[in-house]
Write a protein that binds this ligand. Structure first.
Ligand code: AP5
Ligand code: MG
Ligand code: ZN
Length: 218
């Protein structure tokens, strides 16, 4: 199973990716998570991408394509993968199509999570993430059991640096300008289906599963 999750910042990609990857037993690959990990460790890549991410700009395509190729070469992708946050520009999508063609592989579906911008700002300013395992919470809609502590691993919950309102607004503008064209790109490829991401998390998940099953005939 090879899937892409597409949608603006805060649409719920990470939230849904965790469930979908568990269901199909495929790794969920988030370029954003990989970059944040590299920044935390202060690797060369981390230093190269830090400024872009803190401003809410996209990381240059070459850097993104490099880490994705490296990640997809890992053996755990043998049965497929779910991409969260990649591709994000038309050149990235074109490069990814060439990569798949070289491997004789194709995508099963591209899921678009649609949510209005005003809701996204509220979601992102209330988001908290586990510093240790990356699990996603929200101060109103998905509270942790013990304040400030991850339910899954007891790690500390923090606010992402790019979740302050001014940066969020820039990320939304960047999405409209650079990533929105991908919706048409995958529509024309006959791969895209849209899910209303403003519904409760479990309803969004059910609709995603139905959409995928319709496409793969399971
Ligand atoms: P990335 O990490 O990909 O961030 P993003 O796309 O901005 O998306 P988010 O992770 O903010 O949101 P999400 O859709 O995962 O929502 P979540 O599930 O957390 O990228 C970060 C940066 O890295 C980019 O800005 C860029 O600089 C760089 N980058 C990454 N990939 C790149 C690429 N390919 N090319 C270039 N640069 C790249 O949910 C959000 C909140 O809402 C949570 O609190 C959650 O609990 C809540 N929530 C979720 N679903 C629901 C629901 N149905 N109802 C109510 N609340 C909900
Ligand atoms: Mg995410
Ligand atoms: Zn955790």
């Amino acid at each position: 199973m090879r899937l892409i999750l597409l949608g603006p910042p805060g649409a719920g990609k990470g939230t849904q990716a965790a469930r979908i990857s568990a269901e199909f037993m495929i790794p969920s690959i988030s370029t954003g998570d990989m970059f944040r990990e590299a920044i935390k460790k202060q690797t060369l890549l981390g230093k190269q991408v830090e400024q872009y991410i803190s401003r809410g700009e996209l990381v240059p395509d070459e850097l993104v394509l490099g880490i994705v190729a490296e990640r997809l070469a890992q053996p755990d992708t043998a049965n497929g993968f779910l991409l969260d946050g990649f591709p994000r520009t038309v050149p990235q999508a074109e490069a990814f199509d060439r990569y798949l063609a070289e491997k004789g592989q194709s995508l099963n579906a591209v899921i678009e999570l649609a949510v209005d911008p005003e809701i996204l700002v509220t979601r992102l300013s209330g988001r908290r993430v586990c510093q240790n395992c990356g699990a996603v919470y929200h101060i109103v809609t998905k509270k942790e059991k013990q304040t400030g502590v991850c339910d899954l691993c007891q790690g500390q919950l923090i606010q992402r640096e790019d979740d302050y309102e001014a940066t969020v607004r820039n990320r939304l503008a960047v999405y409209t300008r650079q990533t929105l064209p991908l919706i048409r790109y995958y529509q024309e490829a006959g791969l895209l289906f849209r899910v209303d991401g403003t519904q409760p998390i479990s309803v969004v998940y059910q609709e995603i599963m139905t959409g995928i099953r319709e496409r793969v005939g399971q």
